[in-house]
Design a protein around this ligand. Structure first.
Ligand code: NAD
Length: 434
């Protein structure tokens, strides 16, 4: 049985490597030749804990191969997973160009019956449309089926999430094809939910929108704490102890970012518009988040007035710890505003500096560690809660900065510790220390 994966990004690569680890023969294809060259040599182009070792192991045992030839990737495959990007169009809708291109390639070269499995996040109705499209491309003697299998892994724990998924959702209008894909996942031993195709497509968007809602909700409560004098850490703890609410995703902060929540909430909003349905909560979730992303900067502006010429250190660039992904990261928006203000900016991130350098080039100083980033700074912004930042010795802020003024978008430090270290410390949903 031959499995092929189209797209070797965070989702496709992790999926391919994990299927190989589970014992399958896997071929991964990507249109990015540099990625394929690196991967064929056992070098992982993204930062994902444990991935490179697993990649090397499965290259060596011959179960995993990479190719830049879409004909080779398609022709003998029994199962083809599509995990290409579905970024945001200007109007918020999902851009399906990469998906369409992948389907064209697959349809052109298929030489035997196959199941095409769409793992990319796509709007309701897409799987059905792709099925119809394929019917028009593949020769009559080849039977092709399309199954929806949205992905729920989190960057930074992609391997763990693949082997310990809470659920595997398989949406198929053809029972036999759905069962065949469910069988592929048997070695993982995780709960499988089989649904019709449209429900599977919506499960993905609804799940991300719900998690985004939790974040925007707790951020609104945090803002209310700042007005009322309550402490968000205690409020969130007290809420989360109720099992009906649950403690996850109740961390107030600078707002959600990344390659999924911002684009998926907007794509769902666009979908609701297409169906002329007014999904009021969703609109507020998006609006609250874009305001929240500005908040830390506005607080600094309130304290300092103009930031022109100020030495500013930004700690954390990735949208969350343990990844190098900076897509829609709050740090990127913050830095763009700091550049506009003509601040003098240094940054530190354990994994994402390279990606930030591709975006901002020489406009930033890329420090090797926290010490180097904050030395001589007037202001520090904390944007990502990497352990190197949360476990940093607070006394060193006073020691190394010109004036120890910290705006913490992730509530990394205890207020009493910040106070005793002599910091001016402004966080989210808690009283300011100075
Ligand atoms: P990514 O941008 O990291 O990777 C996409 C890859 O697809 C790239 O390597 C690109 O070169 C390749 N590609 C583009 N067109 C192609 C084609 N025609 N044929 C083969 N390869 C092609 O994207 P990602 O983060 O892995 O996300 C992929 C999909 O999974 C998206 O729909 C995303 O919304 C969804 N998703 C992502 C995550 C996540 O945490 N990143 C989690 C769940 C779902």
């Amino acid at each position: 049985m031959e499995i092929t994966i189209f797209g070797t990004g965070y989702v496709g690569l992790v999926t391919g490597v994990c299927f190989a680890e589970a014992g399958y023969n896997v071929t991964c294809f990507d249109i990015d030749e540099r990625k394929i060259t690196a991967l064929s040599q056992g070098r992982c182009p993204i930062y994902e804990p444990g991935l490179e070792e697993m990649l090397k192991r499965n290259l060596e045992n011959g179960r995993l191969q990479f190719t830049y030839d879409s004909r080779l990737a398609s022709k003998n495959a029994d199962y083809i997973f599509i995990a290409v990007g579905t970024p945001e169009n200007e109007d918020g809708s999902a851009n399906l160009e990469f998906l369409e291109d992948a389907v064209d390639q697959i349809g052109k070269y298929l030489s035997r019956d196959a199941v095409i499995i769409i793992k990319s996040t796509v709007p309701v109705g897409t799987n059905q449309r792709i099925y119809q499209k394929l019917q028009g491309i593949v020769p009559d003697n080849i039977q092709v089926k399309v199954v929806s299998n949205p992905e729920f892994l989190r960057e930074g724990s992609g391997i763990l999430d693949t082997f310990h998924a809470d659920r595997i959702v398989i949406g198929a209008d053809d029972n036999e094809a759905g069962r065949a894909v469910a069988d592929l996942y048997k070695p993982f031993g995780r709960p499988i939910l089989q649904t019709d195709v449209r429900s599977a497509e919506l499960i993905k968007y609804a799940s991300n929108a719900f998690l985004a809602t939790k974040i925007s909700f707790i951020n609104e409560v945090a803002n209310l704490c700042e007005h009322t004098g309550a402490n968000i850490e205690d409020v969130a703890k007290g809420m989360g102890m109720d099992v009906r609410i649950g403690s996850q995703f109740l961390r107030a902060g600078i707002g959600y970012g990344g390659s999924c929540f911002p684009k998926d909430t907007k794509a769902l909003e666009k979908l609701t518009e297409d169906y002329e349905y007014d999904f009021k909560i969703l609109r507020s979730v998006i609006e609250v988040n874009s305001r929240q992303k500005q908040q830390l900067f506005e607080k600094a502006r309130e304290l300092f007035g103009n930031l022109q010429g100020k030495r500013v250190a930004v700690l954390g660039l990735a949208f969350k710890p343990h990844t190098d992904d900076i897509r829609e990261a709050p740090a990127v928006e913050l830095i763009a505003r700091l550049i506009e203000e003509q601040a003098d900016i240094s940054v530190y991130d354990p994994a994402a500096s390279g990606n930030a350098a591709d975006l901002f080039g020489s406009r930033l100083y890329y420090a090797e560690n926290v010490d180097a980033a904050i030395k001589g700074a007037d202001i520090v912004f904390i944007v990502t809660e990497w352990p190197q930042i949360t476990q940093y010795d607070l006394e060193r802020f006073s020691l190394l900065m010109r004036e120890p003024v910290i705006f913490d978008g992730r509530n990394c430090y205890d207020l009493a510790n910040a106070e005793s270290a002599g910091l001016t410390y402004v966080s989210v949903g808690r009283k300011a220390v100075n």
